[in-house]
Design a protein around this ligand. Sequence first.
Ligand code: HEC
Ligand code: HEC
Length: 249
Amino acid sequence: MKHRFALLALMLAALLALAGCSLRGKPGPGPEVPRPDSVLDPVVLYRENCSACHGAEGKHGPAMTLGDPVYLAIVDDDVLRTTISKGRTGTAMSAFAQKEGGMLTAQQIDAIIHGIRQRWSQPNVLSGVVAPPYAAKAPGNPQPGQAVYNTFCASCHGNGNQGGSKAGSVTNGAYLSLISDQGLRTLVIAGRPDFNAPDWRSNVPGHPMSDQEISDVVAWLAAQRRQPSPVPYTANPSSTANSSPGGVH
Ligand code: HEC
Ligand code: HEC
């Protein structure tokens, strides 16, 4: 009995404390919840803003691998800062800088970049290796790009609609409409080591991809964006109704 009373008293006290707060219309001192702007821990910032897409340790996420020393050796801080601040129009990479409508201060963005480099860079990972430039110097040519695709990509990503590919289709127009040209270039240069996707040094023995081949395959993939998808999803209203879930209950 005594026990119960004590418990009841505790609950009542808690309730009163809560009511007291809301009656006054402003929160009491309470536990320290830091103002979002004051968080400068790069691990926390990365976890809360980036990991859902780029993966917990910069790997195995749906979006490209940031936790890759090869990628980090090719990209410079200006690109990182601009991309994180302004995002990439037309893709899921949104603008994070407060100036651009996002949630992060310039200081927080610098902290994230510093954290990414500190945790995942390897200073000499490309020493003695000539890597292709991060950004294309000239537009590629889609025509030779198709042959480049067949040589360097089709063995894993398949040939258009023929199916049977080991990795996901990257020639699908709907997929391609969600990724920028630079996004494609980055993926071709850096690969996705977390999924054993090769970087520009390729899985064709003795034949790393040249800068021209990279630009051309990106141009060819970009050209596939314009192809109409084989099954327009608005064509048949009744099939849409049939496929709508939960209609029975
Ligand atoms: C909603 C998903 C999503 C979130 C959240 C997200 N990204 Fe991205 N990010 C993407 C996608 C998709 C791309 C590829 C964009 C493209 O096609 O160019 C990308 C691209 C990038 C690139 C450029 C890669 C390149 O081409 O060199 C960087 C750097 C980057 N993100 C960093 C971050 C950081 C840091 C955060 C957290 C502050 C973050 N992203 C949050 C989806 C996301
Ligand atoms: C050895 C097999 C292999 C080769 C060769 C290869 N890839 Fe990949 N690629 C993968 C795997 C595995 C993934 C990650 C999982 C997935 O998307 O299927 C991937 C991911 C990608 C992605 C990102 C897909 C996404 O989900 O956003 C793109 C774009 C891509 N590859 C393009 C290319 C291009 C272009 C080439 C040729 C220049 C190429 N790949 C060569 C295996 C390969």
